[in-house]
Unconditional design. Structure first.
Length: 191
């Protein structure tokens, strides 16, 4: 039987960023580190890009000062994961992240056109393990939002999940007074 250390080719966070410094991963390469595997990200469709911009706008309109909204930027989700969530709401401001990427967030959002299965099966456990209290998977095709809350970090899962549509309300643990309506988080086409 092979030694697990010899067959485990997972990349840790330090090596991942070293690959960038060494020029083996270009700064503009669309990749992320998920559970020790460097994963390529597909090019964005216009619908996906509009969805990300729409969600960012709605969050900026509703959330209080003292939070930063990061769009498709690295998030330190543990020793072997650096996803780049479509939207991450973190405490503080830009100056808090000049020398480091955030390792905690109040909310992480993935906007999906064709990646809902990947985001559900791969990213939800990563975000749960990182203790992210709220993870929203906004499925633009099915026009539903999967809301994950109550992370159980040791088990890499969320205690509660629900699918919301239409006039269903969404809240955030950190801002219980702020409410969103599911339908308002989907981009509208111009007429």
């Amino acid at each position: 039987m092979a030694d697990p250390q010899e067959t485990d080719h997972r990349v840790d966070v330090l090596r991942y960023f070293a690959l960038v410094e060494e020029g083996l991963i270009a700064p503009d390469d669309r990749v992320e580190l998920l559970d020790g595997v460097i994963v390529s990200m597909a090019p964005q469709s216009p619908l996906h890009a509009a969805g990300v911009m729409w969600v960012e706008q709605k969050l900026r309109e509703s959330l209080p000062a003292g939070t930063a909204i990061r769009i498709q930027m690295p998030f330190m989700a543990g020793a072997i994961s650096v996803p780049e969530p479509d939207v991450a709401v973190v405490r503080g401001g830009v100056s808090d992240y000049v020398d480091r990427h955030p390792s905690s967030a109040l909310l992480v959002v993935e906007v999906a056109v064709s990646s809902a299965v990947q985001d559900r099966l791969t990213k939800a456990p990563i975000y749960a393990a990182a203790g992210i209290p709220n993870y929203w998977l906004i499925d633009l095709r099915d026009e539903c939002i999967e809301v994950f809350s109550g992370p159980v970090a040791a088990k890499r899962r969320y205690w509660r999940t629900e699918k919301l549509r239409g006039n269903d309300a969404l809240t955030l643990e950190a801002f219980p007074e702020v409410r969103f309506v599911a339908a308002d988080l989907f981009p509208r086409r111009s007429t």
